[in-house]
Every structure is written in structure tokens, then in C-alpha cells.
Write a protein that binds this ligand. Structure first.
Ligand SMILES: Cc1cc2nc3c(=O)[nH]c(=O)nc-3n(C[C@H](O)[C@H](O)[C@H](O)COP(=O)(O)OP(=O)(O)OC[C@H]3O[C@@H](n4cnc5c(N)ncnc54)[C@H](O)[C@@H]3O)c2cc1C
Length: 500
């Protein structure tokens, strides 16, 4: 039986980060990935030779001193990737169809405030107060900053009030409310369900800057893999744990893999969906309350996605400078409601991709969707779905293309659909039980699975543990690293490459 210090389960960005943190701290690490390759939702896929991003497309925090800049500096991968910052003046554009208005949102807090004040001159104090509150919450959250991660995390008052409640106190303007809650599409929870604190923690870095990464999430995966070689971190794909065995004194002694092989490890860190963790844990060692808590977690939003490419000779200046979100109206709660039947929110992300001597201009379109939309086919698997499902997909693709052509009439007859994916595709491709984009819904007053689990040497990290998006996913691994590793050594590791 091979023996490891740590076994990390799940090869998405959380698991990759967890494994690298442990490996860089001298531990012998094994990473298990159920799918055929690592990366999870940051990995790209190629169709007809054209690269598309599965999940991760853009991020905040890559500016100097930003959270992601710090994370990648500590992990020594910053120099292995190349950020591409979007247009500072209009990184995010929101088109609210019911208002017939397009709002260009820059980055840089002062720039956003000035732009919003120009759009809503009556609302200057609401705008100042909103951004002041967001900043304060983040300043008071040591766990979302590597430089302060050792301080005790104390809940803020804003952890106990929803985004919706705060916005209602600040303004009655529906368009301003929609714009201030629009980044809910980046975490998939209604304003009436998320705490103002978690909304702030998700948004602040995207207010500071918005960047893509050259070669998308694959650049991150390649960088991590390079570091894994330096630290002898072992990866096994197509592999998962089927049994936790030799449990003594609430400590797992043996991990049985689907290949039949058995390994041992001092610790095992799950970075997968909490419901998948529950499936693996033997019921006699966990309480009914724990089972209920995990079973009660709801799913965050999912997406129906269409991947398109423009004719090679199509020219457009500033093609990929901004992300365009189409909101049919201002009610973001409704747009994130699974039972809502109206036109969904649609996010369009453009990219210019260079593959050898070829250049592709791609547009990925993400329309809000939920597992309930495809419930009748939930027992089918990729490649074996019935004709009715193909018809559903075709009709949704046609609708999305019409919506794109409405806003970009210049793309008519120039835009070609290369692929599409429903929530079921995401579910099966990412081995997640609900196909949601961001794991569990981060509802106010919910206690996530983060850190120690009921069995002593098992831990939970991952996008459902703290917050979603690549920053939340990576930070969850840093928080668990703090629990597993010697504090003094961990401090030295963090500050080896970071200035204090
Ligand atoms: C459509 C979409 C768009 C997104 N856009 C952005 C964006 O622009 N910016 C951003 O920051 N974030 C974005 N996200 C979210 C971001 O990609 C995720 O929050 C983050 O990548 C999650 O990482 P993770 O490692 O926690 O989970 P995952 O990426 O889901 O990785 C989990 C891994 O575990 C594996 N696994 C599952 N079960 C097992 C098992 N039993 N044993 C072993 N392995 C297992 C899976 O195969 C998978 O590889 C998007 C997500 C989606 C789906």
C-alpha cells in the first residue's frame, strides 16, 4: 500500500491549489481526479481545433496587490501566466432591455462611482455608501487576504443582512439596484438570499480590475503541472475513492480507489461538491444533523452555453474589450429564480484566440439555466440523450443566436455555432451532482463545509466551501492549508514571496 502525507480529491483549481500548497511545504501528495484530466471548470476544450473555456473566463484580483496576484505569487505561478486586462473604461457592459439602456461599467472604484453618478445623478450618496460598505466588509475579512489569513475571522454585521435589504435601504432606483447586484451572475445567488458581506467579498476584486488570462484556464493548469513536477506531486486521473476503510478513533486508515488499489494518507482533503463528499462518508460515523445540513444545500445557478466563432475575415476594432450582459429587466431575483419563465439573463464573452498560425474570434454565450429545466432528461448521460433533448438544445441555441444578432446585427451570417452545453452537460463533464456553475448556493445563515469534517483526518475545501470563482476556490485551499500545516512554517511559506 502506497503511503502519502496528503490525498487531495478533485483536480479543479481548488484541488490543484491544495495539492501545490501541501507539496511546496514538503508533504508527499497524491491528487485524485475522477475525470480524464485535471482542471475541472477552469480547463478549456477544443472543438474543430478552436479553444473554448468551460467555466472560468475572467477574474478580478490580478492587479498588483490584488488577491489573485498575491495567491499566484505565493504559489510561484504568476510568472507562468499572462493576464490580459479588459478595457478599463467599459470592462462590463449591461444592457437592460426593458429600459432600452446600455450601461458601461469601468473598473477602478472611483471610475465606477463616477460613471454611476453620471448615469444616476440623484443617487450620489447611495452610490458612495454602497462602495464604502463593500470596502469595509472586505477590509474586515482577514480570510480573503493572504496577508491577514492568520487573524481570526469574525463575522461582520453585513453577514446577517441580505444584499437586497441593503440595496432597498440605499435606493429605490430599479436600474441602479440591478447594476449593483448584476455581478450576482458571477456567484449565482439571488440578492434576497446572499448576505451583503459575501456579495461584497465576491465583487470587490472585480471592481478593482477585470482580466482574462492568455490561453484561459489552461495556462493556469499548465503552470500548476509544471510546479507539480518540481515538488513530486502525483496526479491520478480517472480515479476516485470508493471506500474509506480502517476507521479507528474517527481516523481513516485506508482509502480504497476505484482501480482496486488502496492507499494511506495522514489527511484527505475533498475539494468536490459537498453532496459527493456525503456519498463517500460511512453513515455510522456521521450524525443525522450533518447529513441534513449537507442535503439542505441548494444549487447555485447553472448555464445553457453556446460556443460560437466569427468568420475569419470579420474585422472589428476593440472586439474583446468588454463582457456584455443582457438583462431583460431589472429584477435580478427573478432572473435567478428556477421557476421564472420569461427571457433569461444572457452573458456574452468575446475572445481572440491564437492557435499556431490561425486566429479565431470566439463568442461564448451563457444563459441562466437550472437542472429543473432539463429534468425530464436527468437520467440520460452525455452522448446518449434522446431526440427531444436535442430539439430542446437546438431551439435554445437558435433563441440565443437571435438575441446575439439583435445586439450585434453586424454578426448576422458571420457567426457560427460550434458547440452547446446544457446544465446536464456541465453535470456530467464536471462530475458535479447538479451541473451548477458555482457549486452550492451561498445563502445567508448557512454553515458551509469548510475545514475539518466529522472524521478527524478528512477536510473540505473547494468552491462550495468558502465562495465560488477561482479566487474563492483557491482561498478555501489556503484556509485548509492553515489548519493542516504548522503555523510558523505556513507563515514563512506565505511571506517567502510576499512583501509584508
Ligand atoms: C459556465 C461557468 C462560467 C464560469 N465563469 C467564471 C469566471 O469567469 N470567473 C471565475 O472566477 N469563475 C468562473 N466560474 C466558476 C469557477 O470556474 C469555479 O468556481 C472554480 O473553477 C471551481 O473550482 P473547484 O476546483 O472548486 O471545482 P471544479 O472546477 O468543479 O473541480 C472539481 C473537480 O473534482 C472532480 N471530481 C468530482 N468528483 C470527484 C471524485 N469523487 N473524486 C475525484 N474527483 C472528483 C471533477 O471532475 C472536477 O475536475 C464559472 C463556472 C462555470 C461553470
Amino acid at each position: 500500500m502506497k503511503k502519502y502525507d496528503d490525498i487531495v480529491v478533485g483536480g479543479g483549481i481548488s484541488g490543484l491549489t491544495m495539492a501545490l500548497i501541501l507539496g511546496m511545504n514538503g508533504r508527499k501528495v497524491l491528487l485524485l481526479e475522477k475525470g480524464p484530466s485535471v482542471g475541472g471548470s477552469v480547463a478549456r476544450f477544443y472543438k474543430n481545433g478552436i479553444p473554448f473555456d468551460t467555466g472560468f473566463h475572467f477574474t478580478g484580483g490580478l492587479q498588483n496587490g490584488g488577491i489573485l496576484h498575491d495567491i499566484l505569487t505565493v504559489l510561484e505561478v504568476l510568472d507562468l501566466i499572462k493576464p490580459i486586462f479588459l478595457s478599463q473604461d467599459r470592462a462590463n457592459c449591461f444592457y437592460i432591455e426593458s429600459e432600452g439602456m446600455q450601461y458601461e461599467v469601468p473598473y477602478g472604484i472611483d471610475n465606477i462611482k463616477n460613471k454611476f453618478k453620471a448615469y444616476f445623478p440623484e443617487e450620489t450618496s447611495a452610490i458612495d455608501r454602497y462602495f464604502g460598505m463593500v470596502q469595509k466588509v472586505c477590509d474586515d475579512t482577514p480570510s480573503m487576504n493572504l496577508r491577514t489569513i492568520f487573524s481570526e475571522h469574525i463575522m461582520a454585521d453585513e453577514d446577517f443582512i441580505t444584499l437586497e435589504e441593503v440595496l432597498n435601504k440605499l435606493t429605490q432606483n430599479p436600474a441602479l439596484k440591478a447594476l449593483l447586484s448584476a455581478l450576482a451572475m458571477c456567484y449565482g445567488v439571488k440578492p434576497e438570499e446572499i448576505s451583503f458581506a459575501n456579495h461584497s467579498r465576491m465583487c470587490l476584486e472585480l471592481y478593482h480590475s477585470v482580466a482574462r488570462i492568455e490561453n484561459g484556464g489552461n495556462a493556469l493548469v499548465m503552470a500548476y503541472r509544471k510546479k507539480f513536477k518540481d515538488y513530486d506531486i502525483e496526479i491520478r486521473c480517472n480515479t476516485h475513492i470508493t471506500e474509506l476503510a480502517d476507521i479507528n478513533n474517527k481516523k481513516v486508515g485506508r482509502f480504497v480507489l476505484n482501480s482496486g488499489e488502496e492507499v494511506s494518507g495522514d489527511n484527505c482533503i475533498f475539494t468536490i461538491h459537498p453532496r459527493e463528499v456525503l456519498k463517500i462518508m460511512p453513515r455510522e460515523y456521521i450524525s443525522r444533523a450533518f447529513v441534513d445540513r449537507v442535503s439542505d444545500f441548494e444549487s447555485s445557478v447553472g448555464f445553457f452555453s453556446v460556443y460560437t466563432v466569427l468568420d475569419p475575415d470579420f474585422e472589428e476594432p476593440d472586439f474583446e474589450s468588454s463582457i456584455l450582459s443582457l438583462f431583460p429587466h431589472c429584477d435580478v431575483n427573478l432572473l435567478l429564480d428556477p421557476s421564472y419563465k420569461g427571457a433569461p439573463a444572457l452573458v456574452l464573452i468575446k475572445s481572440v484566440e491564437h492557435v499556431r498560425d490561425k486566429t479565431y474570434k470566439t463568442i461564448d454565450a451563457f444563459e441562466v439555466s437550472f437542472l429543473s429545466h432539463v429534468k425530464e432528461w436527468e437520467d440520460s448521460t452525455t452522448g446518449k440523450r434522446p431526440p427531444a433533448y436535442q430539439e430542446y438544445k437546438k431551439s435554445r441555441v437558435d433563441d440565443i443566436i437571435s438575441r446575439i444578432i439583435k445586439v450585434f446585427p453586424q454578426y448576422k451570417d458571420k457567426l457560427h455555432v460550434v458547440d452547446s452545453a446544457s446544465v446536464l452537460t456541465f453535470r456530467d463533464y464536471l462530475n458535479s451532482p447538479d451541473g451548477s456553475a458555482y457549486g452550492i448556493k451561498q445563502k445567508m445563515n448557512q454553515i458551509n463545509l469548510l475545514g475539518k469534517l466529522p472524521l478527524r483526518n478528512l477536510y473540505a475545501a473547494g468552491q462550495s466551501a468558502l465562495l465560488p470563482g477561482i479566487i474563492g476556490a483557491m482561498m478555501s485551499s489556503f484556509i485548509v492549508g492553515r489548519t493542516i500545516l504548522d503555523e510558523q512554517k505556513y507563515r514563512e511559506f506565505i511571506f517567502r514571496n510576499l512583501s509584508t
